[in-house]
Every structure is written in structure tokens, then in C-alpha cells.
Design a protein around this ligand. Structure first.
Ligand code: IYR
Length: 224
């Protein structure tokens, strides 16, 4: 191995097998209560919650530890309205013209459509960008690696951190999403990855029954 600076792994906490079993079960029970909803309340959520969850996302593993992500948090009602307007324009084209029937059929059980009021109602829109170039230090312009994998993992941690903190989310991916660079003032070297709508669910929020159906363990795994 080439010489590199090391430090003891001293933040690791050893757990007994019994504790591991219990913690795994507790965590499963908690994440299994997460649902994606399209109905949000406008009740405010403390900014510190979002900041801490973003810090959690920023701990994600990434290609060469380049951390190829950027999160723009939109709380301004004016800018949220701009995002809604642009997203609905794209979505109208998607639902009316672009989407093949097979895709529309796949979405039917989820009840999605071109109306995206949640983009204005929810207190925060977190726009996740992936970076083609960057590096661990400010100003780095090195090539990034495994960008989608890295940003996907960070986004997964962000969704889980928000859920754990008591914040509901909706992953929204208008296509194409280039309009987000302009609205968020991000460079062309960054690509919008998705919008995470975040806030309290509306008091009368619903979730599609089809979204509750998760494949059982024997359908998502095998052991050799
Ligand atoms: N972007 C569209 C369509 C859409 C696509 C998939 I795949 C979804 O899981 C949900 C929606 C929209 O946001 O409505």
C-alpha cells in the first residue's frame, strides 16, 4: 500500500450481537414508517433540522471521497413558485405528449399528475446537484468518480435523516431539470439530481396504497 496518513478508527462503537439485532429491528421499524407523500403542510420546520440532516448526508461515502454533491435549499416563496411554474410546464409536456403508455401505466397506481402544488406548499425544496468536477477541498477541479452512486447514497442518507428527525419528503424528478441550474444559480458543470420536497405532511395527507407494498426479503435478496 502506498503511504498515506492514517488515524485510529476511534469513533466506532462496538455492539454485542443482541444489541445489533435489537438496533437493526428498531431501525427497520422506523424506516418502514417512511412513506412518500404528495400532500404537505405549510407549517414551518426549523432551519437547523435541515442543516443537520444535510450534514448527515455529507457524511456519505463517495468516489475518492470527492463528495460530488451540492444542496440548494429553497425556502423563498417567490423562488418556490418559480420552480413550480417551470416544473409544471415540463410535466405537462411529459404527461400529455412525451411519456410512453407503459410509463403512464406504471405511474397510474401512484396517482401522479402534472399538478405540483407541493412545490409551493412545503416549507423547503432541497435541490440536489451532482458535480462532474470538484474534490475534497474548496476550489478543487479534479475529475469526480462514481458520481450517481455517490449522490444517490448521500440522498438516501438525507431522506432517512429527515424522516428520523420527523420531516416527510417527496422525491421529485421533473424531466428535464436544467431549469434548476438557472433558478439556483449553479454552474453548468453541475447537474440537477432531484428535488427533495420537505416538510410536515398535510393533516389530511394520503399515500398511495401501491406505495406501501414493499417486496419481501426473499424477493430482494439471496444468500450464497
Ligand atoms: N416526473 C414525473 C413523473 C414521475 C416519474 C416517476 I418514475 C415517478 O416515480 C413519479 C413521477 C412527476 O414527477 O410527476
Amino acid at each position: 500500500m502506498r503511504p498515506h496518513e492514517t488515524a485510529p478508527y476511534d469513533q466506532w462503537i462496538e455492539r454485542s450481537p443482541e444489541e445489533m439485532v435489537a438496533r437493526a429491528a428498531d431501525f427497520y421499524e422506523e424506516v418502514n414508517r417512511r412513506r412518500t407523500t404528495r400532500y404537505f403542510s405549510d407549517r414551518p420546520v426549523p432551519r437547523e433540522v435541515i442543516e443537520t440532516c444535510l450534514k448527515a448526508a455529507g457524511t456519505a461515502p463517495s468516489g475518492a471521497n470527492h463528495q460530488p454533491w451540492h444542496f440548494t435549499v429553497i425556502e423563498s416563496p417567490r423562488i418556490k413558485a418559480e420552480v413550480r411554474h417551470a416544473a409544471e410546464e415540463e410535466e405537462r409536456i411529459f404527461y400529455r405528449d412525451k411519456a410512453p403508455q407503459e410509463w403512464l401505466d406504471a405511474l397510474a397506481p401512484l396517482g401522479t399528475d402534472e399538478d405540483k402544488p407541493f412545490l409551493e406548499t412545503a416549507p423547503y425544496l432541497i435541490v440536489v446537484f451532482s458535480q462532474k468536477r470538484g474534490g475534497p477541498n474548496p476550489g478543487d477541479l479534479k475529475k469526480n468518480y462514481y458520481i450517481n452512486e455517490s449522490v444517490g447514497i448521500a440522498t438516501g442518507i438525507l431522506i432517512t435523516a429527515l424522516h428520523h428527525a420527523g420531516v416527510a419528503t417527496l422525491t421529485h424528478t421533473p424531466a428535464p431539470m436544467n431549469f434548476l441550474n438557472e433558478i439556483c444559480g449553479r454552474p453548468d458543470s453541475e447537474k440537477p439530481f432531484l428535488i427533495l420536497v420537505a416538510g410536515y405532511p398535510a393533516p389530511d395527507a394520503t399515500v398511495p396504497v401501491a406505495g406501501k407494498v414493499k417486496k419481501p426479503l426473499d424477493q430482494i435478496s439471496n444468500w450464497l
